[in-house]
Design a protein around this ligand. Structure first.
Ligand code: ZN
Ligand code: ZN
Length: 357
């Protein structure tokens, strides 16, 4: 596995606050927010700065996004995390040290680190280009330590050079919300002019910018009564915004569900046209109620997406150099991770919550 040729410029450190050489002197300890037990809040800790293995790099973290998946891990909806765990899988940072066998990255490189942290390269899924389903995969901030800390280590081949415009909190949401949204979008099929998006958070707010740049019409469905989310969707260029209980004004070619609400599945199936696709973009969803076969009939497709591949990351991050993605972020200090998670839980975040180190 080697990194592909990369179209991105290396970080121009004159633009970043970490230009000073002394920042590359790595301290012995770091601050981190740690999950010690599922169901409990994160605990602020001082820990040794991790050492990169031969294939890894040590990254000084600039910012790390807070994602619904972090809540699913804390709430035990995702089982068997590494414990104790440093969560966080939308990491923007600077490489400060490289392992002996690292050949592509060097200190000073601006990188993004996503959810997919490692794949084996030899299981049947890896061998058939479905590394997102790898049997031996490791996931950042779930089965490997992640970005709710000042430093982290990551495998070189699972770090992606970032355009220097994203070397700040605005880049963090690209690494999960952006990537999962993009993979979901790719699964909507070739006939996808009119796309419904259910749940208008971070993923939708990034995806809509890519989709509109590619000439699609976006219909935004938001939680009943959430006028602000409707306005937000319209401000980003949605052609229509309504409550998830309402019908779209046209039959949709495809629908993407980001909200973790199973009852939206039959609703979305009812909203799409013959031959259309409903994509469930979340890692966890409440139970899907039973529904009449009629709404699946006529070659409608219902599918989920799981994780991401490095190909998704390369394609999407390349797009972000052309379509300048504006992310709306609400920043929190590292020690405020629990507040950020709670705000996300109660729907009080417009755009994306990001921890800044
Ligand atoms: Zn594998
Ligand atoms: Zn995520």
């Amino acid at each position: 596995m080697i990194n592909p040729p990369n179209p991105f410029v290396r970080a121009d450190l004159s633009d970043l606050a970490v230009h000073d050489e002394k920042h590359f002197l790595v301290p012995v300890t770091m601050r981190a927010m740690v999950l010690e037990e599922q169901g409990k809040p994160l605990v602020s800790k001082t820990l040794p700065v991790p050492k990169p293995s031969s294939m890894q790099v040590l990254v000084k973290i600039i910012a790390c996004g807070v994602c619904r998946t972090d809540l699913h891990i804390m709430d035990s909806e995702l089982k068997s995390p590494k414990l104790p765990l440093i969560p966080g899988h939308e990491i923007v940072g600077i490489v400060v040290k490289t392992g002996q066998e690292v050949s592509m990255l060097k200190p000073g490189d601006l990188v993004g680190i996503p959810w997919l942290g490692y794949t084996c390269g030899y299981c049947r899924y890896c061998l058939r280009d479905q590394e997102n389903l790898c049997e031996n995969a490791l996931f950042t901030g779930y089965t490997m330590d992640g970005g709710f800390a000042e430093y982290t280590v990551a495998y070189e081949n699972f770090c992606f050079l970032l355009d220097k415009n994203y070397g700040n909190p605005s880049g963090a949401p690209l690494l999960c919300a952006g990537l999962i949204g993009y993979r979901s979008y790719n699964m909507t099929g070739p006939y996808n002019e009119n796309i419904g998006i259910y749940g208008f958070g971070a993923a939708a707010s990034i995806l809509i910018q890519v989709a509109i740049a590619q000439g699609k019409n976006i219909y935004a469905f938001v939680r009943e009564g959430d006028e602000k989310a409707k306005e937000f969707a319209l401000s980003l260029g949605a052609v229509w915004a309504g409550y998830s209980t309402e019908s779209a004004p046209v039959a949709l070619d495809a629908a993407i569900i980001f909200a973790p609400a199973g009852e939206l599945v039959p609703k979305a199936l009812g909203d799409i046209d013959k031959g259309g696709t409903v994509v469930c973009g979340g890692i966890h969803m409440s139970d899907i109620p039973s529904f009449p076969y009629d709404i699946l009939w006529e070659e409608r497709t219902l599918r989920s997406v799981a994780n991401l591949t490095r190909k998704d990351a390369r394609e999407f991050l390349e797009l972000t150099t052309i379509v300048k993605i504006k992310t709306q972020t609400q920043t929190f200090k590292l020690e405020e991770a629990n507040e950020a998670l709670n705000a996300l839980r109660y729907g009080d975040i417009r755009g994306a919550a990001v921890l800044v180190m």
